[in-house]
Design a protein around this ligand. Structure first.
Ligand code: PHB
Length: 395
């Protein structure tokens, strides 16, 4: 990463050289000619590992194609947003106003995304959302310059209710971190599970990022539902899986969730995760040449296994490249840039996908089961699922 300080120091050196009569104009041009790409991601806290996987994915997609965007070199900028919504606007402005990025890639947490959304709608800065599923970003607050490569919060859970019912679940308890991601994931679960014929007997929650699950697990044990369905991710997901098993619930109550529950956590969760059923737009075990090639390249490059976040980062890189190549690096040609990004088909490790009108992926959702530290595909739970995009008016 090149820090802002380093950039300023270099510019100062160039100005110094100019006043000494030594200016090489091409140096100035070469520097200002770089595409400025900013990451706003969590690098600390519960979602830290998600931020790292996303950045890795973006970098790998670009490196595979020569490390340039539309023929231009890239200059990187980075801000740790700490998954802290109250600092969302300020952190987005670090990249947009201070660093003057051409594109902001961010973020993971739905609450923080709302801050980014405000800043990029006001400034018109190109924004690629590599995870956060907050509905508003591609519904009422959609914008021509905002593209999402991940999901809306209710997309995975809209495919969750029916397979649960089909597996005999009639009464379920829902549990989540109480913020937009969990509450909107609940909407998808509620709609699909009740439509299938199931009953939600209790909704439980705790504030993000708390992980004191004990009292809630005791309550679940006393309710004795057929299943628990949940939204947790990152460090909190590891702890929930382990605490659920340690409380003696694993073999008595089925555990289901949107697939984030079992993404990037299976090594840490160990056998406690075996048997968890989830729905998600990706699975490690997708048996396609594209997925095998991606997984091998990622593991070789980063010495760790990729997960859905790495895939979303990788697709963010692919989408950005599709846009930048179409305008030959002239990111100021916004109309053509957005048109190319809107009409791109992304050849993703998850399977090919396209953008909805509101700029959210239209994609298959897989049903998966954890076996031996792997999310095994059971089948397709929803084909080419599109978010409603309700209330989105572009332009
Ligand atoms: C979100 O806050 O939108 C969010 C965070 C982590 C996930 C999924 C969604 O894994």
């Amino acid at each position: 990463m090149t820090t802002r300080r380093l950039v300023l120091t270099r510019s100062a050196a160039v100005v110094g050289a100019a006043s000494a009569g030594l200016l090489l104009p091409q140096i100035v041009r070469a520097q200002s000619n770089k595409v400025r790409v900013g990451f706003m991601l969590p690098y600390t806290g519960t979602y830290a590992q998600l931020g790292v996987a996303i950045e890795n994915g973006v970098r790998m997609a670009l490196e595979e194609k020569g490390g340039k965007l539309g023929g231009r070199e890239i200059e990187w900028f980075k801000v740790d947003d700490e998954s802290e919504p109250s600092k969302g606007v300020e952190n987005a402005n670090r990249l947009v106003q201070r660093d003057k990025v051409d594109v902001l890639i961010g973020t993971v947490h739905s609450g923080v995304q709302m801050g980014i959304q405000r800043v990029v709608r006001d400034s018109g800065t190109l924004c690629i959302i590599p995870n956060a599923g907050v509905h508003a970003a591609t519904r009422a607050l959609c914008a021509p310059n905002v593209f999402r490569t991940s999901f809306t919060n209710s997309q995975p859970t809209l495919a969750l209710g029916k397979p649960m019912y089909d597996k005999g679940v009639r009464k379920a308890v829902w549990i989540t971190h109480k913020y937009a991601a969990g509450d909107e994931a609940f909407e998808g679960f509620r709609d699909s599970f009740t439509k299938a014929g199931g009953t939600i007997v209790k909704e439980l929650g705790l504030p993000f990022p708390q992980v004191e699950f004990q009292a809630l697990l005791t309550e679940i044990a006393s309710i004795k539902p057929d299943a628990v369905a949940c939204f947790f991710a990152g460090g909190a997901a590891v702890k929930f899986i382990k605490d659920f098993a340690a409380a003696g619930l694993k073999d008595k109550i089925q555990l289901w969730g949107s697939g984030f529950l079992t993404e990037g956590v299976l090594d840490q969760a160990g056998p406690a995760a075996d048997g968890i059923m989830t729905t998600m737009h990706y699975s490690d075990s997708l048996d396609t040449p594209r997925n095998h090639q991606f997984r091998t390249a990622y593991a070789t490059r980063f010495k760790m296994q990729p997960d859905v976040y790495a895939v979303q980062g990788y697709d963010s890189g692919q989408l950005l490249m599709a846009g930048a190549n179409a305008v030959k690096g002239d990111l100021g040609n916004k109309q053509a840039l957005y048109k190319a990004m809107e009409s791109a088909t992304i050849d993703s490790p998850r399977g090919k996908w396209t953008m909805s009108k509101a700029h959210n992926p239209v994609q298959d959702i897989y049903l998966r089961r954890v076996e031996n530290k792997e999310n095994k595909v059971i089948g397709v739970a929803a084909k080419a699922l599109s978010d409603s995009g309700a209330g989105c008016k572009m332009g």
